[in-house]
Design a protein around this ligand. Structure first.
Ligand code: NOJ
Length: 754
C-alpha cells in the first residue's frame, strides 16, 4: 500500500495522470476468464466477437475479472496481465460468492430468520476467508432487495420482506466480509463487499424476473432504501446496479437513483458497477438507441464499471473526444477503482491472499461449525402437533422423499460450493441412530413432470434448466410405501429442486410437484406420524398438504452442514429457534403478501366478518398460512410480567419495556422475542405492525429470564417521502410477541414532543 493517506492519494493521482485515455477506459471494463486466454486469435473470434469488442481495444488494459474462482486460474491471469500491463496495475477479481465459497451457509432468506446477527457476521467472515484464500478481492454479496413476492425466484438470495431484518442483516454481513468499519477494514482475510441490486429489484411486477418496478418514492425510501443505507453505513465499498426500470428509467442509467440518491444524498464514493450486460440492456428497455447512447447514459449516471459488454470499451473514447462526455467524469471513475485496488493492498501484493493450496483450507472446522450453527438456527419449526418432535432414538425411521439422501441442498447461488462436503439428511440421522433403525427410499424423483411453457421446447435446454441429477432417484413409490409399513415414524424430505429457484426462475404456481404430494398422501394412509422436512428457496403453497404432517420443519436450503444440523434438531439435541423472514401465503392469489401492510378504512375484524364491503377476499381467508416471524420450539415459552417504565415517551426520556420469558420445559432452547410498533395516527399512514427490535435469548430448561427493550424517539420515528425523519406527537402501540401474529403483551404509549 502507498504510505500515508494523503501521499497515497497523491500517488494514485500521479498514476491516473500517467494513464492514456485507452488505459483509463480499460479500468472501467470487466470481462470473464475466456477473454484472458493466451490464444489471442481464439479470444478475438470467440468471446470478443460475441460481445462485439472492437479490434482496437486492448484486453491487457482491462481493470477487473468476473467470476474466476479457481486459485490457479487467478494466478495465471494476474501474472500474464502484469507482464503485459504498462503500469502494472493489478486486476481486481470479483465473484459471486453469495453465501459461501466451498463451504456453503444456509441461503440468506434462511440466515436472516436466525436473528443471530453476530453469527451472520461470522458467516460473512468465513466466506471472506475462503474467498481471500482463492485470490478473490470482491464478492457480489449481500443482495439486499426486500422481497414480498415468492413467485420471484431470487427471494432466496434476500434477507426477506422486513425492513428491520434486512437492515440488521446488511450491517452484519458487510462487517463480516469487510471487517469492522474503521478498525480492521480489509485486514487479515477480509475482502470487499458489493451490495446489490440498486435498487428495488425485489419488487418486479407480477414476480417475473427483470420486470418493471414502479412504486411511490415514499415506499421506496421507507422500505427499499434502508437496507442499502445500513450497508453503506457499514462502509460497503461497491454497489451493483439493478436490471429493472424504476419509474420508467433503467436503474443502470438512472441519474436520480445513482447520482442524486446514492452519490449525493448517501455520499457513496465507492465503485458503482453494473449488473451483467445491464448497460447494453438499456437498448431493449427502450431507453437507449444503441450501445454508444447506452454508454453515454450509464457514464452520466456515474457508473464506474461496465460488466461484460463492449459499451464502455468501444464508445467512451469517441464520446470524450467529441466532447459529449468530460474526461473528468472518467477520471473520477478510474480514481475510485484505483482507490479500491489500493485499499485492498493490491499494488503492494497483486496476489493478495492467493493460496494455491487453499482447497485444503476449506476443510477448516471453524467454517463448518459456523455453517452448522447457522443452519441449526435458521430452520423453522412450522408445526409440531402433539409433540411429534423431537424423535426418540428407539423409533424406527422410514426416510422417504427426494431429499432424504440428496446433496442438492445448497441452493442456486452456490456454484463454487463443494458438493462432496455436503452432509445429507441420511448421513445426519445416522449420527444419531444405527443403520438398522433407518430405512430409506426416495419414492419419487424431484420432478416427474414440470409445467414448462411451449417456448421450453428444446429437451437439452430443459435438462440444462432442471439439471441432470435431479431425477436420479429410486422412483418406485410402492417400494417406499412398503418400506414405511415397518417404521414407527416417517420422515418425508421433500421440496423444490434448487434449479427452480434463483435468477431467471419465476413461477406462477408455488405448489410442489404432484408426485411428491401423491406419495405423501399415500404415506398418510399408513396412519403413522409423518414429519415433513421441507427444502425450498421460497415460501411455497402448503395449504392442501399441511394437514398430512404431524410436524413440519422448514430447512430452506441449509447448506453444506444441513443434514447434520437438521438431524440434531429432529433428535432434540438442538431445539428449533428460527423464525420466518418471509410470509407463507395460503395461495398464489394472496401475493404480494407481507405482514407490514397499511390498514384500510375497512379492515376485516371479528365484528364485521359477515359483512360484504370489507377489505378481504371472498374465496380465501385473508390471513397467511404462516405469518412473518412464526417459528415454534420444543420449549414451552410463557411470556409474563410485561412491564413498562412509563406510558409517556419524549425526545429526552426513553421508555424501558421488559417481559419475563419462562421456559416451562425440559429442553434448553433459544427464543427470538420480537418488538413491533404501530403508530395509530400519523401525517403519513404507517403500517399495521412494524418490527423494530428483536432479542435472541437462550434459556435453560425451566429457566426464566427478563428481556428488555429500550424504546426511544428514534425507534418510533418514520421517514417521509423526501427521506426526512418525522416524529409526531400521539399514540403508539407496542407489541411484544413470538411472531407478527402471536402477540403476548401490548402497551399504548403517548409520544409528546416536549
Ligand atoms: C447477474 C446477477 O443478477 C448478479 O446478482 C450477479 O452478481 C451478476 N450476474 C454477476 O454474476
Amino acid at each position: 500500500m502507498f504510505k500515508e493517506i494523503s501521499d497515497e492519494k497523491k500517488e494514485l493521482k500521479r498514476l491516473l495522470s500517467s494513464l492514456s485515455l485507452e488505459e483509463k477506459i480499460g479500468q472501467t471494463v470487466q470481462l470473464t476468464s475466456n477473454f484472458f486466454s493466451e490464444d489471442l486469435h481464439a479470444v478475438k473470434t470467440g468471446p470478443a466477437a460475441e460481445i462485439h469488442l472492437s479490434e482496437e481495444f486492448q484486453i491487457s488494459q482491462v481493470g477487473s475479472v468476473l467470476n474466476v474462482t479457481d486459485p490457479s486460474e487467478v494466478k495465471k491471469i494476474q501474472e500474464r496481465h502484469l507482464a503485459k500491463s504498462r503500469h502494472k496495475i493489478p486486476l481486481l477479481f470479483m465473484a459471486d460468492i453469495v453465501y459461501g465459497n466451498k463451504i456453503i451457509f444456509p441461503i440468506p432468506l434462511a440466515q436472516s430468520g436466525s436473528y443471530d446477527f453476530n453469527l451472520i457476521k461470522l458467516a460473512g467472515k468465513e466466506l471472506a476467508k475462503e474467498s481471500y484464500n482463492a485470490g478473490i478481492h470482491v464478492t457480489f454479496s449481500p443482495m439486499l432487495d426486500i422481497v414480498r413476492d415468492p413467485r420471484w425466484g431470487r427471494v432466496m438470495e434476500s434477507p426477506g420482506e422486513d425492513v428491520y431484518t434486512v437492515e440488521q442483516y446488511a450491517r452484519s454481513i458487510v462487517q463480516g466480509i469487510q471487517g469492522d468499519k474503521d478498525s480492521d477494514m480489509f485486514s487479515d482475510s477480509h475482502i470487499a463487499s458489493c451490495i446489490k441490486h440498486f435498487a428495488a429489484y425485489g419488487a418486479p411486477d407480477s414476480g417475473k424476473d427483470y420486470n418493471t418496478v414502479d412504486m411511490s418514492e415514499l415506499r421506496f425510501r421507507r422500505e427499499y432504501l434502508p437496507g442499502y443505507i445500513a450497508a453503506l453505513e457499514a462502509n460497503a465499498r461497491l454497489v451493483m446496479t439493478a436490471f429493472n426500470t424504476l419509474e420508467g428509467i433503467p436503474c443502470t442509467g438512472n441519474e436520480w437513483l445513482n447520482k442524486e440518491i446514492l452519490r449525493e444524498e448517501l455520499e457513496f464514493d465507492g465503485v458503482l458497477i453494473t449488473d451483467h450486460s445491464a448497460i447494453e440492456e438499456m437498448i431493449a428497455h427502450g431507453y437507449a438507441v444503441d450501445k454508444r447512447d447506452a454508454a453515454f447514459k450509464a457514464a452520466k449516471a456515474s457508473i464506474d464499471i461496465d460488466m461484460m459488454t463492449s459499451s464502455y470499451a468501444n464508445n467512451l473514447k469517441d464520446l470524450i473526444n467529441k466532447g459529449q462526455l468530460s474526461e473528468e467524469l472518467l477520471d473520477e471513475s478510474v480514481m475510485r477503482i484505483l482507490e479500491l485496488k489500493n485499499d485492498l493492498g493490491l499494488f503492494e501484493n497483486p496476489f493478495r491472499g492467493l493460496d494455491l493450496e487453499s482447497t485444503g483450507k476449506y476443510l477448516d472446522e471453524s467454517t463448518k461449525n459456523v455453517a452448522k450453527e447457522l443452519a441449526s438456527k435458521s430452520c423453522v419449526l412450522l408445526k409440531n402437533d402433539k409433540h411429534t418432535l423431537p424423535l426418540n432414538k428407539s423409533q424406527k425411521i422410514a426416510l422417504v422423499g427426494p431429499f432424504g439422501d440428496s446433496k442438492l441442498t445448497l441452493g442456486f447461488w452456490a456454484f463454487t460450493g463443494d458438493k462432496d462436503q455436503v452432509i445429507t439428511l441420511k448421513e445426519g440421522v445416522l449420527q444419531h441412530i444405527s443403520a438398522d433403525m433407518l430405512h430409506i427410499h426416495s419414492g419419487t424423483a424431484m420432478f416427474s413432470e414440470f409445467n414448462f411453457p411451449d417456448e421450453f421446447s428444446d429437451p437439452a435446454f430443459r435438462e440444462l434448466f432442471l439439471g441432470k441429477d435431479v431425477n436420479n432417484y429410486q422412483k418406485d413409490s410402492h417400494e417406499a410405501i412398503k418400506m414405511a409399513h415397518g417404521a414407527d415414524v416417517i420422515v418425508f424430505a421433500f421440496g423444490e429442486n434448487f434449479l427452480e429457484t434463483g435468477e431467471g426462475a419465476s413461477k406462477t404456481s408455488l405448489m410442489l410437484p404432484k408426485d411428491q404430494i401423491c406419495l405423501l398422501k399415500e404415506l398418510r394412509k399408513l396412519k403413522k406420524p409423518i414429519i415433513g422436512v421441507l427444502y425450498t428457496g421460497r415460501p411455497v403453497i402448503l395449504t392442501e398438504i399441511e394437514e398430512n404432517f404431524d410436524a413440519l420443519l422448514l430447512a430452506w436450503y441449509p447448506g453444506t452442514m444441513g443434514g447434520q444440523a437438521i438431524a440434531d434438531l429432529l433428535y432434540g439435541e438442538k431445539v428449533p429457534s428460527g423464525k420466518l423472514s418471509m410470509t407463507f401465503p395460503r395461495n398464489e392469489g394472496q401475493i404480494p403478501i407481507h405482514y407490514s401492510q397499511l390498514n384500510t378504512g375497512r379492515p376485516l375484524n371479528a365484528d364485521n366478518c359477515n359483512g360484504r364491503f370489507i377489505s378481504r377476499y371472498i374465496d380465501s381467508p385473508s390471513s397467511p398460512l404462516y405469518p412473518f416471524g412464526h417459528g415454534l420450539s420444543y420449549c414451552d415459552f410463557v411470556y409474563k410480567n410485561g412491564y413498562i417504565s412509563s406510558m409517556q415517551l419524549s425526545p429526552d426520556k426513553e421508555i424501558v419495556l421488559s417481559i419475563d420469558i419462562q421456559n416451562n420445559s425440559d429442553f434448553d432452547g433459544d427464543e427470538v422475542v420480537q418488538l413491533y410498533i404501530r403508530d395509530l395516527a400519523a401525517d403519513i399512514v404507517r403500517p399495521k405492525k412494524e418490527l423494530v427490535s428483536t432479542e435472541r435469548v437462550s434459556l435453560r430448561a425451566n429457566e426464566c429470564k427478563t428481556v428488555t427493550f429500550v424504546v426511544n424517539s428514534e425507534l418510533i420515528s418514520y421517514i417521509d417521502k423526501k427521506g426526512n425523519t418525522q416524529l409526531e406527537p400521539g399514540l403508539i402501540e407496542l407489541y411484544i410477541g413470538r411472531s407478527s401474529e402471536d402477540i403476548r403483551s401490548q402497551f399504548t404509549i403517548d409520544y409528546v414532543s416536549s
